[in-house]
Design a protein around this ligand. Structure first.
Ligand code: NAD
Length: 510
């Protein structure tokens, strides 16, 4: 059984991939894997189209891209159908995290980008006869490579930001969910974006690797640490900037004074939505021993109430492809064999045909187990009892990942203190997973969870080169520091240095 299998042989020798619905295992369709030649052609067309797009004002780019919003609103059911067919996720998750989030991102950037990308005029602290202007110039052609867990949003979000910044985009979505990529192409066509500015490439790792080597001006990659490392190496070789949004092993810290009902609801939602296939899923819990039993009991009760299914009303969908099912099973079996207790779940769902793994809660886990060290990316919630918050923090930080984290306490100051001490790119207090969806907050991991950020002002400006333009204000015939050099000038400079950095007044005005 495979969701992505080799497709029919082609006379042209081109590879094809056949895709199945992971919930029902029904055949969806086939795609053709685009070759290095196709990639080069797409980048070339994008390069030709980019200057005309970059010449438009940012607000005008926003007006064009905003035309996607009424299309998304009008065709939301149809879009949700496509996403659900290739991922098996509940319709509510497709609607909220893909369609709603897409509308919000488009509107947000269309409104905010003109201000964020406007020239910044600064007075210079030392060279008072010059003025400085920072201009956010587009990079050129941006290659965007994305995963399958939120196939529409994770591809559309960087695409919109790169386009708003005046770049052309070549998008290579995951081979596991190519049909959402086709939706993006259709959506952007409906905005009457100039031809060539957006290009879609379908294919697998081979197509992705070809894109990294195709002479683009930036790679925005979202995916696993293993692939991210390869992409980073290739970008280093090609001297192409990249952002790498990679995996996580997000910790949850439950303090003794937490609202246990809210924390348990948050744990269940944070661990099992999208069947745990979210980079910012809660993947391990550290709960202070005073409240550990009460918290765990609530989590188990709430988990047992989750409904898995392939149609109608349900809460938890399948693993989106078999590789993920194998990883989840391996982590649970490893934990079980090393002494963990399975409180609920712990097996593939025998009642459903697709790739369903039952929402699973584990206790008695240790940091020797894969489930506490490696990204599981599935519906598994291991809970570890700890002495106090300091031990929770030490264990939370004992990881090679650092993407997101969540902390639960009624004491806001303590929550903020712990948040600042967690080694993660972002952190949420008394809630979970919000950070990618909060468009204004820069998002990206530390440690092996990534390099660079999307979203926020930093993310948008990351699709630009901040060009410094320094302009002389008065047009003197010569500058003091130009030729000729003389002993008199040296003595004067030394005096000036003593005054600027050695006196209170000098320090004040410099
Ligand atoms: P993956 O790394 O297997 O694939 C990601 C993309 O890279 C796909 O489009 C794939 O075709 C392409 N690819 C594969 N080999 C390539 C190569 N050599 N060169 C260039 N491209 C190549 O990841 P996945 O399994 O699709 O996604 C799951 C992973 O993504 C998880 O680790 C998850 O945590 C991570 N993720 C991170 C974020 C984030 O924002 N940090 C968001 C979502 C998912």
């Amino acid at each position: 059984m495979a969701i992505v299998e080799p497709g029919a042989e082609q006379a042209s020798g081109r590879r094809r991939l056949r895709l199945r619905n992971p919930a029902t295992l029904e055949l969806i369709d086939e795609i053709e894997v685009q070759t290095a030649g196709d990639v080069r052609a797409a980048v070339e067309s994008a390069r030709k189209a980019q200057p005309e797009w970059a010449a438009l004002k940012v607000a005008e780019r926003g007006r064009i891209l905003s035309r996607a919003i009424p299309v998304l609103l009008a065709r939301q059911e149809e879009f949700v159908d496509v996403i659900v067919r290739e991922t098996g996720k509940p319709r509510a998750e497709a609607l909220v995290v893909e369609i709603m989030a897409a509308c919000d991102a488009i509107q947000f950037w269309a409104k905010r980008a003109p201000r964020i990308l406007a020239d910044r005029k600064l007075s210079m602290h030392l060279m008072k006869t010059k003025k400085l202007c920072i201009a956010y110039r587009p990079l050129g052609v941006v290659g965007i490579i994305t995963p399958w867990n939120f196939p529409l949003m994770l591809a559309l979000n960087p695409t919109i930001q790169a386009l708003m910044a005046g770049n052309a985009v070549v998008l290579k979505p995951s081979e596991v969910t190519p049909f959402s990529g086709l939706l993006i192409q259709e959506l952007l066509r409906s905005t009457r974006l100039p031809d060539g500015v957006f290009q879609l490439l379908l294919g697998d790792g081979e197509t992705g690797a070809a894109l990294v080597d195709a002479g683009v001006n930036k790679i925005s990659f979202t995916g696993s640490v293993r692939t991210g490392r390869k992409v980073g190496e290739a970008c280093g070789r090609n001297l192409v900037p990249c952002t790498l949004e990679l995996g996580g092993k997000d910790p949850m810290i439950v303090c003794a004074d937490a609202d246990l009902e809210r924390a348990a609801n948050g744990a269940v939602f944070g661990a099992f939505s999208n069947a745990g296939q979210i980079c910012v899923s809660t993947e391990r819990v550290y709960v202070v021993e005073e409240v550990a039993d009460a918290f765990t009991q609530k989590v188990v009760e709430k988990t047992a109430m989750l409904r898995q299914g392939a149609s109608g009303e349900f809460d938890v969908g399948p693993m989106i492809w078999p590789t993920q099912l194998e990883i989840v099973s391996r982590h649970v079996e490893d934990a079980r064999s090393r002494g963990a207790t399975v409180l609920t779940g712990g097996r593939r769902n025998p009642e459903l045909p697709g790739l369903f793994y039952e929402p699973t809660v584990l206790t008695g886990v240790t940091h020797e187990m894969a489930v506490m060290r490696e990204e599981t990316f599935g519906p598994v919630l291991p809970i570890m009892r700890v002495r106090d918050e300091e031990e929770a923090l030490r264990l939370a930080n004992d990881s090679r990942y650092g993407l997101n984290a969540n902390i639960w306490t009624r004491d806001r100051r303590k929550g903020e203190r712990l948040a600042r001490a967690v080694q993660s790119g972002s952190v949420v207090v008394n809630d979970c997973m919000l950070t990618y969806g909060a468009t204004e907050s820069p998002f990206g991991g530390v440690k092996e969870s990534g390099i660079g950020q999307v979203n926020g002002e930093t993310g948008l400006r990351g699709f630009c080169h901040a060009q410094s333009i320094i302009i002389d204000r008065f047009g003197a015939k010569n500058e003091f520091l130009w030729y000729p050099y003389s002993t008199k000038k040296l003595v004067w400079l030394q005096r000036a240095m003593r005054w600027v950095w050695g006196t209170p007044l000098g320090r004040l005005i410099s």
